[in-house]
Design a protein around this ligand. Structure first.
Ligand code: COA
Length: 173
């Protein structure tokens, strides 16, 4: 499949996607544990500062996960990562904590930046991810970055007292 031309993905003002640093962890832990993305995240919450720090350190040392922080005007507004896939290639996850920073193209910029890392640096041929089928903003963002819908994994994740379906998507180089 041809790689989609992402020339239209521009960097929203003041936004940077940077390698995660320990100094970002308190803001990330606080945002997860306030429930800023509890509705749509696939993560188990709450996440302790210790667990987040250990995950960050372990991933950095063993190169099992590439963690990034999304900054907007130097504030931590979100996170995104590349890690071992469920099926093939590398898996991508993203969460923008700050509601005022959503819908501005930040997600599109971060996802396309991580796809560039996956394809050009890691030489992966495929980037995959899962999302809830009713997360329309996420699906639109991923499709704009070249992802296609691959499968509906039924009753795949237990969230908020119910089993929910997961839409599996991938971007293939
Ligand atoms: C999903 C998420 C990463 C997307 O990032 P974002 O910066 O908000 O996305 P973008 O602004 O780049 O693109 C979102 C698109 O969805 C559209 N959109 C927003 N809400 C929508 C809705 N309810 N229905 C349909 N489209 C919607 C936006 O208009 C935009 O499309 P457009 O640029 O063509 O107008 C971000 O919203 C987020 O982190 N949400 C909370 C956590 C989460 O859901 N993480 C993903 C888990 S899989």
């Amino acid at each position: 499949m041809a790689r989609i031309d992402l020339g239209s993905v521009s960097r929203p003002a003041g936004v940077r996607v940077v390698a995660r640093a320990q100094s970002h962890i308190p803001a990330i832990a606080a945002a997860f544990n306030r429930g800023d993305v509890a509705e749509s995240t696939l993560y188990h919450l709450p996440r302790s500062h210790v667990a987040l720090s250990a995950g960050y350190e372990g991933g950095r040392r063993h190169r099992t996960i590439r963690n990034f922080t999304i900054l907007r005007h130097k504030s931590v507004v979100g996170v995104c990562s590349l890690f071992a896939p469920a099926f093939a290639g590398v898996q991508l996850a993203i969460a923008i904590f700050d509601a005022a920073s959503r819908g501005l193209g930040v997600g599109r910029f971060a996802v396309s930046t991580l796809c560039d890392v996956a394809f050009d640096e890691l030489h992966a041929g495929r980037v995959e991810l899962g999302t809830y089928p009713d997360n329309h903003a996420a699906i639109r963002c991923y499709e704009a970055c070249g992802f296609s819908r691959e499968a509906l994994l039924r009753s795949s994740i237990y969230h908020n007292g119910a089993w929910r379906d997961l839409l599996w998507m991938a971007h293939v180089r």
